[in-house]
Design a protein around this ligand. Structure first.
Ligand SMILES: NC(=O)c1ccc[n+]([C@@H]2O[C@H](COP(=O)([O-])OP(=O)(O)OC[C@H]3O[C@@H](n4cnc5c(N)ncnc54)[C@H](O)[C@@H]3O)[C@@H](O)[C@H]2O)c1
Length: 362
């Protein structure tokens, strides 16, 4: 899992957190909400989901500056039934709206075994796995769904209609196993990975996207501007994207059917919808028995006979967890251009530059 050191600088997670909090507070976000947004972004960088890490901050702040995201909005919660609640994000950051929603789902699940929350008028909440982790840390199983802006054609179509909306879920592990954390976009690759390639001047594999003429492309610019992402597994990936829109968009009262505004489109609010379920794992047996059974499943999965050329089999979420353990010790790697862009925001907002742990960052 060791990473090549070429042109990378490392930042301690607590310094990345403090830097993002400072930028957000200087932009009018409350301390509490700044901490929540920063934690979600830094956790993505720790887990190696850099497409959804602190490099997203410039685009989020641009939304604030353009008046299409309200930095001061506080999510509100309405209890609908004892096990169902609705959160209105009031067009604030998606992270506090999601945090409020999953907190409520967990609390209902503690009392009633299950809690379901629909979130409307929210924004991009980054990597879904941080919300799954919130549930895992509380000892809960969870479903975490969101819709997102049009990027994928539906199966058989050629224009962007559905979002690359991740489907995520999780369950606590046992004594001798890792938690189960699935967090996957229904495209061959997440769109954030194409933005990352664009930022880093890299090419993309040709099976990720088509260009504006419907031809496979290795150019992130052509994929993002005028092109389309490809769904994974053809009609199956397309159906999963539609599923995210049914549960997160249609059900919540937020935008749906291609109506969500993308995080890089500064013309209007995102109006993103989310859907969360928390489930208490000891509903049908003791907590110990559940955890023992997770141990059995984990051992059977990672102990499977290996395919030719495979050295190790991982449980869903395990690669990211191992990377997080490594980065908690060694710091998070960023490339110089990314650091420069982040420091540009710091200069604009008159806050201190990001603190570098190792590397040559100026
Ligand atoms: N908020 C949004 O609108 C939005 C939109 C798109 C993507 N995203 C985020 O982008 C991220 C990237 O998604 P992705 O689909 O590219 O992720 P990915 O392909 O890297 O991983 C998908 C899943 O497969 C598992 N996995 C990957 N390699 C594995 C292996 N070798 N063995 C076992 N399991 C393995 C991972 O643990 C993960 O659960 C996600 O965190 C997602 O939430 C967010």
């Amino acid at each position: 899992m060791a990473e090549a050191a070429n042109n990378l600088v490392r930042v301690a997670p607590e310094d990345a957190q403090a830097f993002v909090v400072a930028l957000l507070e200087a932009s009018g976000v409350s301390k509490q909400n700044s901490e929540i947004v920063a934690r979600g972004l830094v956790q993505a960088d720790l887990r190696g989901v850099e497409s959804h890490g602190i490099n997203r901050i410039p685009s989020y702040l641009a939304r604030v500056r353009n008046g299409v995201l309200d930095p001061k909005a506080e999510p509100t919660l309405t209890q609908v039934t004892p096990v169902v609640a609705q959160v209105d994000g009031h067009n604030g950051f998606g992270f506090p709206a999601a945090r409020t929603g999953m907190d409520a789902a967990i609390s209902m699940a503690r009392t009633f075994g299950i809690g379901m929350v629909s979130v409307k008028h929210s924004n991009h909440f980054g990597m879904s796995a941080w919300i799954v982790r919130q549930a895992v840390d509380a000892g809960m199983m969870s479903l975490v769904f969101t819709n997102s802006s049009p990027a994928l054609p539906v199966w058989g179509g050629r224009s962007q209609l559905m979002g690359v909306s991740p489907i995520a879920c999780g369950a606590p592990g046992g004594q001798n196993s890792k938690p189960f954390i699935l967090d996957m976009a229904p495209s061959v690759a997440a769109r954030g990975k194409i933005y990352k390639a664009l930022r880093r001047g890299e090419k993309i594999p040709t099976d990720w996207a088509l260009d504006g003429e419907g031809k496979p492309t290795d150019d992130p610019e052509k994929a993002l501007h005028g092109g389309v992402m490809l769904p994974m597994g053809g009609p199956k990936g397309s159906a999963l994207a539609i599923m995210m829109d049914v549960f997160s968009g249609v059900l919540s009262g937020s935008a749906f059917a291609g109506g969500v505004t993308g995080p890089y489109d500064m013309s209007k609010p995102g109006d993103v919808g989310h859907f969360f379920v928390a489930i208490k794992p000891d509903l049908f047996m003791s907590s110990d028995e559940f955890r023992e059974r997770m141990d059995v499943l984990y051992q059977k999965v990672v102990g499977s006979d290996k395919m030719h050329g495979v050295e190790r089999i991982y449980f869903p979420g395990e690669i990211e967890q191992l990377r997080e353990e490594e980065r908690l010790k060694d710091g998070i790697p960023y490339v110089q251009d990314e650091i420069n862009t982040l420091n540009g925001e710091a200069e604009r907002l008159k806050v201190s530059k990001i603190k570098i742990l190792t590397g040559d960052a100026k």
